[in-house]
Design a protein around this ligand. Structure first.
Ligand SMILES: Cc1ncc(COP(=O)(O)O)c(C=O)c1O
Length: 429
């Protein structure tokens, strides 16, 4: 596979950006070679600057649930673009996107649009603290919530202790208000609530943890978390930046039928343009400025071009059977690959929910906690290379999940199955 144009662009980029990238997850540090520089995307495919064509399962790390350049998204963006790009004043497009969401979402009454998932989570945490008047938060080991200071925190030593900052630049006193506990562990959860219940503003979780592998939780654990939050006046914060509009229109809350108190969205909500949002019931949202004392603002919040992309994308997502169809096609790809790996005796399994999947080099029936994932990512590195050579692009880290879009047709997915099986033969052969 020719990669010389990407390699040259990467050399130049290294002069401009730390590590040659504008987000570390794009670097190919965990896999081989220079990052591929992408020239264009159409439907389920992307082309790099060397004109290699790939079936794209990264889908911009999740936002592109309709694939690249979907005609309805494209048309709505270009139509609204003609009216200007930003006004710093309200537009009816904000109402339109909010109406599409709120009329179908029983979990929140009001929403506030921001410009990224990180901003949504950061604002939601401030709201939780402002509303409850308490400062501490619970976070789960293996969940990622954007690069919010108080959430760039890893577990301290011992159970239910204060977290330690996991990034330079995050002061320990900020990390100290975050308590990190393992996923899917009811006794750790109970111990934490016992110790800190009067100081806790919220517990934030990816209800479908999908940033450190796909760590599907037992529903009983999520219900226990809901119960403890309710009993102790602690807000339950579902970070649905990945799962929102992905596993069901109203995300994991709808998928599991569990009601959170605060929700953050990102990715799919913006149709491929920068949009995030947070929402809650009226009694909580009335704390947000200008109605209430919790300040939060944004020059480009509710940007009309971004809103128009979100409107077009979510209108398609809201169609009947959209999510059932996504899940069916995804299973149609995952099941034959898993069957093939099993038949050949390869230690490999794809875990999946909705149209999310994760490539795991494991023979465990379930992986629900970060510490259950092995450390050796060499097999993933080899698979990544073998897949690229067979025209399949997945994110360049074994901890990232893949995404299937509306336009990954059965035929495209059959081709992907062939590529995966042959790539697995190479890796295990
Ligand atoms: C669950 C979750 N929350 C928050 C974020 C941060 O979103 P953004 O990258 O748009 O800031 C991400 C990003 O991957 C995410 O997966």
């Amino acid at each position: 596979m020719k990669r010389s144009n990407s390699e040259k662009l990467y050399e130049t980029a290294k002069n401009f950006f730390p590590g040659g990238v504008n987000s570390p997850v794009r670097a190919f540090k965990a896999v081989e070679g220079a990052p591929l520089f992408i020239k264009k995307g159409q439907g389920p495919y992307i082309w790099d600057e060397d004109d290699n064509k790939f079936i794209d399962f990264c889908c911009s790390f999740g936002p592109l649930i309709l694939g690249h350049n979907h005609p309805e998204v494209y048309d709505n963006i270009t139509e609204n673009l003609q009216n200007g790009t930003s006004f710093g004043a309200p537009t009816k497009l904000e109402n339109e996107l909010a109406e599409i969401i709120l009329s179908r979402n029983p979990y929140i009454d009001k929403i506030r649009f921001v410009s990224s998932g990180t901003e949504a989570v950061m604002s939601g945490i401030r709201l939780a603290r402002g509303y409850t008047g308490k400062n501490k938060i619970i976070k789960f080991d293996g969940c990622y919530h954007g690069h919010v200071d108080s959430l760039l925190v890893k577990a301290g030593s011992g159970l239910a202790t204060f977290g330690e900052s996991s990034s330079a630049g995050v002061p320990e006193n900020v990390a100290a208000d975050t308590i990190v506990i393992p996923l899917n562990d009811e006794s750790a959860l109970e111990a934490c609530f016992d110790k800190y219940k009067d100081e806790l503003a919220c517990a934030i979780i990816e209800p479908i943890p999908a940033n450190n592998g796909l760590l599907l939780q037992e529903k009983s654990f999520l219900l226990k978390l809901r119960e403890l939050c309710t009993d102790n006046n602690v807000l339950l914060f579902f970070d649905e930046v990945i799962s929102g509009f992905r596993v069901a229109f109203s995300g994991a809350a709808e998928y599991y039928q569990i009601t959170p108190d605060i929700v953050s969205y990102g990715k799919i909500i913006g149709g491929g343009l920068p949009v995030g949002a947070y929402g809650a019931k009226n009694h909580i949202m009335k704390s947000v400025s200008p109605d209430g004392p919790v300040y939060q603002a944004g020059t480009l919040s509710g940007n009309p071009v971004a809103m128009s992309a979100g409107i077009a994308q979510l209108t398609v997502c809201a169609q009947k059977e959209f999510y059932e169809d996504q899940e069916k096609r995804t299973k149609g790809m995952v099941e034959p690959i898993n069957a093939y790996a099993k038949e050949k005796g390869y230690t490999f399994e794809i875990f999946t929910v909705g149209s999310i999947f994760w490539l795991a080099f494991s023979d465990k029936l379930a992986i629900r906690r970060a510490d259950e994932i092995g450390n050796d990512m060499t097999p993933f590195k080899n698979l990544h290379k073998a897949l690229l050579e067979r025209g399949v692009y997945v994110g360049p880290s074994g901890y990232e999940v893949g995404f299937v879009s509306l336009v990954h047709s059965e035929e495209v997915l059959e081709n992907a199955v062939e590529a995966f099986c042959s790539a697995l033969d190479e890796v295990f052969g």
